[in-house]
Design a protein around this ligand. Structure first.
Ligand code: CIZ
Ligand code: SF4
Length: 304
């Protein structure tokens, strides 16, 4: 019989035995977040991966996140509990496509969202997360950049930095792209007192209607610091669990059931236990790709 409490204890015992740290993304389901040593966004978890003294990293997230951890910690074993957990946005820009785009725009810096493959990172000048995209692009000081794969985050950067010409790749997150301005207007009508927090992966016409445009880590801080008691959360629903823990007593409303990433939900307590016990699903990045991607990833981790 499925017994989450027993599984939780078994995972914690095995993690200790195997000298493993469990990192879980804010979009993981509640019981996976609760078994992790650290819960966070790509930026925070990348930093944990770089700093941990544990020999093994179990990454409860999607493939590009585990790859990023491996790039930062090549001598550690990085295990991805569910090997099918990918990111459709990351798949929207291949290394071949980026090579052609870069060759058509020689000399223009390539700024890449962390939601991308290691091969794509290896072709990039610098990577960003949603928490530091604006700060990283500002720090480059270029008047023109190529930005991919997320056209929505790129548009958000362009609006924040009107002095920079941001050339956009046409990728998007299917989960965030589904949100419409009508849904926001409807939610506001039902909850006129609530603050709307939207992720920059949402469409620009959705972002326009938000009180605050924030990464998941920024949403957690905003909710804790705000004098408001009620929030409409416009990002993947896993964050609601983290929000409820960070700000107990406040009310967090899920915009709609469409805010679910099926890939993030593939990881379960059982798959975590399996990889810890068997050491399976190790993430590998070739030395050549790692050597070329490292500077871009380190640039991301060092800013913001
Ligand atoms: O950067 C991340 O972890 C993602 C994908 C979302 C966010 O805003 O935290
Ligand atoms: Fe990719 Fe969107 Fe899922 Fe994040 S929520 S992993 S961007 S598909």
């Amino acid at each position: 019989m499925y017994d989450p409490l027993a599984l939780h204890d078994e995972i914690r015992d095995l993690a200790r035995e195997r000298d493993a740290v469990i990192l879980a993304h804010n979009y993981q389901c509640g019981e996976v977040q609760d078994v992790a040593d650290f819960v966070g966004d790509s930026l925070g978890l990348s930093r944990q991966a770089a700093e941990t003294s544990a020999q093994t990293i179990v990454f409860a997230g999607v493939h590009f996140m585990a790859e990023t951890a491996k790039i930062l910690s090549p001598h550690k074993t990085v295990l991805l509990p569910e090997p099918r957990a990918g990111c459709p946005m990351a798949d929207m820009m291949t290394a071949k496509e980026l090579t052609l785009w870069r060759d058509d725009n020689l000399g223009v810096p390539v700024v890449t969202y962390v939601n991308s493959s290691a091969d794509v990172k290896a072709l990039s000048d610098v990577c960003v997360t949603s928490a530091n995209a604006v700060a990283v692009v500002r720090s480059i000081g270029a008047d023109r950049i190529l930005f991919g794969p997320d056209r929505n985050l790129g548009s958000w950067v362009a609006r924040a930095l009107p002095e920079v010409e941001v050339m956009l790749w046409d990728g998007f997150c299917p989960t965030h792209q589904r949100v419409t301005p009508e849904q926001i207007a409807e939610a506001r009508k039902r909850h006129p007192e609530a603050k709307v927090m939207a992720h920059p992966e949402c469409r620009p016409d959705v972002v326009d209607l938000a009180d605050a445009v924030l990464s998941t880590s920024q949403m957690l801080h905003y909710a804790v610091d705000s004098s408001a008691d009620e929030f409409i959360v416009v990002t993947e629903e896993g964050l609601l669990h983290a929000l409820a823990k960070a700000a107990p007593g406040k009310r967090f409303l899920n915009l709609s059931p469409v805010m679910l990433c099926p890939n993030m939900k593939l990881t379960t307590l059982e798959t975590i236990l399996d990889v810890l016990r068997d050491g399976t699903n190790e993430v590998v990045v070739s030395d050549d790709v790692r050597d070329r991607a490292l500077a871009a990833v380190q640039g991301m981790v060092s800013i913001g």
